[in-house]
Design a binder for this molecule. Structure first.
Ligand code: URA
Length: 241
C-alpha cells in the first residue's frame, strides 16, 4: 500500500509541465509561470496579427519579397519602389525612421537623400558604418507629398517592422523623429518628452531622438541629438561587451 505522501507526489508529478511547475489548474486555465519571462522578440512577435502571412517567413529576404508583391495600403500601389530596409541582418542596433521620401522611393533604400546623408554622418560620428546597423522605416511606401503617415497606414505596415525585429534580434533601437517614436511605442508624446532616456519597447531599450530632417531645419537640436547618440553608443558598448 503506497504511503499517502507518495500518492500525492505521484499525482503532482503527473501534472508537471516542461518548466517543472505544477499545472494544477488544468490545461484550459494554464498560465505561464511567473518565473518564465518571454524574450523581447517573443513579445514583439505576439504583436503581429495572428492571421498575418508574416508569421510564415523565416528570412528577411522572404519578407522583402512578400512586401514587394503585396498591396496593404493605397501607397503600396502608388510607390515607385518599396523601401524595405538595409544593413546587417543580425545588427545589434536598429535605426527606425518614419517613411521614405522622394529619393528613397526612387532608389528603394531608406535614408539616401539629404536627411539620410546627415543620418549616415551622425552614425559615423559614434563609430558606426551603415552596414553595421539595420536601417528601416515605419512605412515601407512613400506618402504622397511627404505628408505624415496616417494611423491606418501605420497600423497596416508596422507589423512588417515587428517581423524585421523578430528576425534581426537587435539589442537596441534608435527611433529618429516623433512619428517614428510614437508609432513604435504607441504613444502621442512630444519628441522633447521622449528623448534623453531609454524607453521600453517590450523589453528592448529604445532611444528616441530628433529626425535628421528636423536638424537640417533647426541646428539648435543638434546638441541634444549629439547627447542622445553618445548615450546610445555607451549603452551599445555595454550590451555588446
Ligand atoms: N526620412 C525618413 O524617415 N526615412 C527615410 O528613409 C528618409 C527620410
Amino acid at each position: 500500500m503506497p504511503h499517502p505522501a507518495e500518492l500525492l507526489r505521484d499525482s503532482l508529478a503527473a501534472h508537471l509541465d516542461i518548466f517543472g511547475s505544477h499545472d494544477l489548474l488544468g490545461e484550459d486555465t494554464y498560465v505561464t509561470p511567473s518565473h518564465v519571462t518571454p524574450s523581447p522578440y517573443d513579445r514583439i512577435k505576439a504583436l503581429i496579427p495572428e492571421d498575418s502571412p508574416l508569421h510564415g517567413f523565416q528570412t528577411l529576404a522572404e519578407v522583402e519579397t512578400w512586401v514587394a508583391s503585396t498591396e496593404l495600403i493605397e501607397l503600396d500601389r502608388t510607390r515607385t519602389k518599396p523601401v524595405f530596409g538595409v544593413g546587417h541582418p543580425k545588427a545589434d542596433l536598429m535605426v527606425i525612421g518614419e517613411a521614405p521620401g522622394a529619393d528613397e522611393d526612387r532608389e528603394g533604400e531608406p535614408f539616401v537623400g539629404r536627411a539620410g546623408k546627415l543620418l549616415t554622418e551622425i552614425l559615423k560620428a559614434i563609430g558606426f558604418d551603415r552596414s553595421d546597423v539595420y536601417i528601416a522605416n515605419i512605412l515601407k511606401s512613400r506618402p504622397d507629398n511627404n505628408r505624415d503617415p496616417r494611423p491606418d497606414e501605420i497600423a497596416a505596415h508596422v507589423p512588417i517592422l515587428y517581423k524585421q525585429m523578430v528576425l534581426i534580434q537587435p539589442k537596441l533601437i534608435l527611433c529618429v523623429g516623433k512619428t517614428s517614436g510614437n508609432s513604435l511605442l504607441g504613444r502621442n508624446q512630444s519628441l522633447k518628452s521622449m528623448r534623453g532616456t531609454f524607453q521600453d519597447f517590450h523589453g528592448l531599450e529604445t532611444l528616441v531622438t530628433y529626425h535628421p530632417a528636423a536638424l537640417l531645419r533647426n541646428p539648435n537640436w543638434k546638441r541634444p541629438t549629439w547627447e542622445d547618440v553618445q548615450l546610445l553608443r555607451k549603452r551599445y558598448d555595454e550590451l555588446t561587451a
